[in-house]
Design a protein around this ligand. Structure first.
Ligand code: BJ8
Length: 384
């Protein structure tokens, strides 16, 4: 990162990262680097690093292609699945177009059935994710992780040695540590940046097309924010501090973050796959069995597709305490049954055990509910 750049310019660079990568992915392909398209936080990136491949996220975030998808998929399906499938069948997503291999996981029912259709368009490998986090599931998941390594190795004609994997674990952990330093800046009160800026960096960073993650870029940003905070902290205002949980956010659903921040609140942390859920836990580098270390770390992710899902509550509690959270806002995408069903127990846990107000909003990729969303979130913030 250019150290002479002003902070707003750097934030803008991250916000534009996805668009920039749309252009860059073609170059990457032309240089002969394999491209792996993924859909989920359960995909162990370390495997792709060891296979010298770049990873692109195929989760789409706009309603543009939903009508196309609905020619094949039911209308009553989550917008993330419909949108992603719609971009694939219309060839409108450069990431999908340039992917040599698409990796899916058996997470929710809609996604796993959609992968069957996607397999008619591209080579698709589905990792069979167990829905429990016990030792028997770990045995299965470890086999799936090994199978994934074999698939990558064969597809891209590259040997994935344990040594390469250990290096990849190190690189990813270093990136996680840098990102944690970055998002932990939001423990400061008043906060040093907006929740949308926080989101833009976390989200933008997932569209880096470097095989080896660039942790230094994040550390440079941390230094810049700290320096600026020292200068301006007396002029900053304390605001009601919101934690966002639930389904992944991006594109159209940034409306939820804006509904908070346009109504006087600030999003200080993301428990969902845009934030701590994908970053908080490191892979244990002291475990001599690298496949075991990777499998354990990823199986521990507290997504609602797990049953039961205790790790989500553990992370929520930790974040609420560390970030002095005043209110928890859950965003559920329409027809996402696992998050929707789980929201009752999450609400109960947050209100009764953490003593913090909680609100859940259900939305999709359209903008038609923006006004209603804003009114509801404004009332929630006012009550805090
Ligand atoms: S680890 S949150 S990325 S599964 S919103 S498609 S669950 S119906 S996205 Fe997710 Fe992995 Fe979990 Fe994260 Fe299905 Fe729900 Fe749609 Fe979802």
């Amino acid at each position: 990162m250019d150290l002479v750049k002003e902070l707003p310019e750097v934030f803008e660079e991250f916000a534009e990262q996805r668009k920039q990568s749309f252009l860059k992915v073609k170059e990457v392909k032309e240089q002969g680097t394999p491209v792996v398209g993924v859909f989920c936080t359960y995909f162990p990136h370390e495997l792709a690093i060891a296979a010298e491949a770049v990873v692109v996220s195929l989760c789409s975030t706009s309603d543009e292609t939903i009508p196309d998808a609905e020619r094949v998929l039911p209308k009553t399906l989550c917008p993330l699945i419909k949108s992603s499938f719609g971009f694939a069948i219309t060839d409108k997503c450069p990431f999908f177009y340039f992917s040599d291999l698409v990796v899916g996981e058996t997470t929710c029912d809609g996604k796993k059935k959609m992968f069957e259709y996607m397999g008619e368009l591209k080579p698709v490998h589905v990792m069979h994710l167990p829905d429990k986090q016990d030792e028997a599931s770990l045995v299965l998941w470890k086999q799936e992780v090994k199978k994934m390594a074999d698939v990558l190795s064969e597809k891209f004609d590259v040997e994935i040695t344990e040594e390469k994997l250990k290096k990849a674990v190190y690189y990813r952990n270093e990136e996680r540590k840098a990102l944690k330093q970055f998002y932990e800046l939001m423990k400061l009160n008043p906060a040093p940046m907006t929740g949308e800026e926080l989101f833009n960096v976390l989200y933008g960073n997932t569209f880096q097309l470097d095989i080896i993650p660039n942790a230094q870029r994040i550390y440079d940003l941390v230094d810049k924010i700290k320096a600026e905070y020292e200068e301006k902290k007396d002029t900053l205002q304390k605001k009601p501090r919101i934690l966002i949980t639930g389904c992944p956010i991006g594109g159209a659903t940034v409306k939820v973050i804006r509904a908070v921040e346009e109504n006087g609140g600030i999003v200080v942390t993301y428990e969902n796959c845009n934030g701590a859920k994908q970053i908080d836990e490191l892979v244990d580098e002291s475990n001599p069995d690298v496949y075991d270390a990777i499998a354990r770390r990823y199986l521990n992710i507290g997504c609602s597709v797990m049953s039961p899902n205790p790790n989500r509550k553990v992370l929520l509690k930790k974040l609420c305490e560390e970030y002095q959270v005043d209110g928890v806002l859950e965003m559920v995408l329409q027809a996402c049954h696992t998050y929707n069903v789980e929201s009752y127990s999450i609400g109960k846990f947050v209100r009764e055990e953490l003593g913090i107000p909680y609100m859940s909003v259900e939305t999709d990729y359209s903008q038609s509910d923006k006004g209603q969303l804003s009114t509801r979130v404004a009332a929630f913030i006012e009550m805090l």
